[in-house]
Design a protein around this ligand. Structure first.
Ligand code: UD1
Ligand code: CA
Length: 460
């Protein structure tokens, strides 16, 4: 842990107007995880649970997505600016009894790299700064707050809207990253002086810089060069740019670790996915959540996989869609298979094209090869489920279970009306509608008998 004398404060109350989305901005996703997920991942190793979050717009949604962090939420009822967000947090920060607060904009998802560690280390070494913040240098300063220096010393941050060349001189390209380390004693002294007399009519946290300088406080801007990871995300374009750079970084890290990724430029791998060296994947594919792919497993192209485990030797063939599924060793899934939550395949099982499996376990070596729906089912080992088999698990109100025991054979185009059990080594004739249990070793045929009737002459 970095320093128990420092609390962290995430500013996440804003609406994110420029995203044009009903979703609160900090819940916008990169590689399947909300921006705030990345911010917390970066802060937790440094500050443990001493992380507070200013929420406002869409706060119930934010709380629902981050139940582990909601105890540290501070509500900013009206979003009157980043300086106001800090004002609203002062009581809680005082209560925590910390010396300093590390403040970060919640819309800066990629902060968790070396520059942040460098900033904190350098600040903890000197610890003399009252107001310190990170800066980046951009060719085009865009909508970022411009850093004004005189003989190298920071004087102020001037927001883009309030900036004029006549008043402030030509921009240098150095801008505020929205990441601050503030000594609370200084903040207490300065914060009452913040006003909203600017083009936006908001209280700016950035005005602490100019105020600090005027009051003789030590103010420092820590420049991190052109690091694109420190750019805030305000628009869809900036969101996908940040996602693009993160995606490239993650794919390249897995390649370095010995994962074989064909067409890596089209690979998408979420931040919490785990791939073992020797796993082989063919782009394009998307892996999200807590997906795990073992050594020797193969994932073919155009697959979408979330929160699933693919064991050694298994092959997920092209165009398959898996969510919360477990694929055992040496299984074959797809092409065009859909494994929904609770699909569990034991070793050497096979689920082929146009099959859907939901909340169902499939035993060792069993084959479900074509055009089948298995829901709420327990399938034993060595079972063959013929093409077009359906477990009728839902009566419009409740779900019921189907059990198919070891070695059973289900003929094509059969409907198994749950609750129902097909016994060991039993055989269901093709086209049957099975409504009663089939005893072990029996043949069940439940369909209209075929009648062959001679045609009269002249029938066409
Ligand atoms: C801010 C900085 C700017 C800097 C940029 C870096 C100010 C005034 N400007 O501008 O100097 O270059 O970040 O990315 O701070 N928020 C609240 N409550 C509010 C308003 C905002 O919690 O009342 C949160 C937002 O949810 C967001 C963060 O604060 O996560 C920053 O707000 P935003 O409006 O995006 O500021 P920028 O215009 O990007
Ligand atoms: Ca922003």
């Amino acid at each position: 842990m970095f320093d128990s004398n420092i609390a962290a404060l995430v500013l996440a109350a804003g609406k994110g107007t420029r995203m044009h989305s009903p979703r609160p901005k900090v819940l916008q996703e990169l590689l399947g995880e909300p921006m705030l997920h990345y911010v917390y991942e970066a802060l937790e190793p440094l500050f443990g649970k001493s992380v507070r979050t200013v929420v406002g717009h869409g706060r119930d949604e934010v709380a629902a997505r981050f139940p582990n962090w909601r105890d540290g939420f501070i509500v900013q009822e009206r979003q009157l600016g980043t300086g106001h967000a800090l004002m609203e947090s002062m009581d809680e920060l005082d209560r925590m009894g910390c010396e300093s607060v590390f403040v970060v904009n919640g819309d800066t998802p990629l902060i968790g790299g070396a520059p942040l560690a460098g900033f904190l280390q350098s600040m903890s070494r000197d610890m003399q700064a009252d107001v310190a913040f990170m800066t980046i240098t951009l060719k085009d300063p865009g909508a970022f707050g411009r850093v004004i220096r005189k003989e190298g010393h920071v004087q102020a941050i001037v927001e883009a809207k309030d900036y004029s060349i006549a008043e402030h001189g030509p921009a240098t390209g150095e801008v505020n990253a929205g990441i601050y380390l503030l000594r609370l004693a200084a903040v207490r002294e300065l914060i009452g002086e913040l006003t909203n007399e600017n083009k936006s009519g908001e209280y700016y946290i950035t005005d602490l810089v100019d105020l600090g300088v005027k009051r003789g406080r030590v103010v420092m801007g820590y420049n991190c060069g052109a690091d694109p990871n420190l750019m805030g995300v305000n628009s869809p374009k900036e969101l996908v740019q940040a996602e693009f750079s993160l995606r490239k970084k993650i794919v390249s890290q897995w390649l370095d670790k010995g994962v074989i990724i064909h067409a890596p430029e089209s690979a998408t791998i979420g931040p919490d996915v785990v791939l073992e060296p020797g796993a082989e994947l063919y782009g394009p594919f998307e892996l999200y959540g807590k997906t795990h792919v073992a050594n020797g497993a193969v994932v073919q192209s155009n697959t979408w996989i979330k929160d699933s485990r693919i064991a050694a030797g298994a092959v997920v063939r092209a165009f398959s869609h898996l969510e919360q599924a477990e694929v055992g060793e040496d299984c074959v899934v797809g092409p065009y298979a859909r494994l929904r939550p609770g699909a569990v395949l034991a070793e050497q099982a096979k689920v082929g094209n146009f099959c859907e499996v939901k909340k169902a376990s499939i035993g060792k070596g069993s084959k479900v090869s074509h055009l089948t729906y298995l829901g709420d089912a327990v399938i034993g080992a060595g079972v063959n489920v013929g093409a077009g088999t359906i477990t009728c698990n839902y009566d419009g109100r409740n779900k019921f279970q189907t059990t198919i025991k070891d070695g059973a054979f289900i003929g094509s185009n059969s409907a198994l009306v749950a609750p129902v059990t097909v016994g060991e080594n039993a055989l269901v004739g093709a086209g049957s509608v099975i409504t009663k249990d089939v005893p072990d070793g029996n043949l069940a045929v439940a369909r209209g008998r075929q009648a062959n009737i001679a045609r009269k002459r002249g029938d066409s």
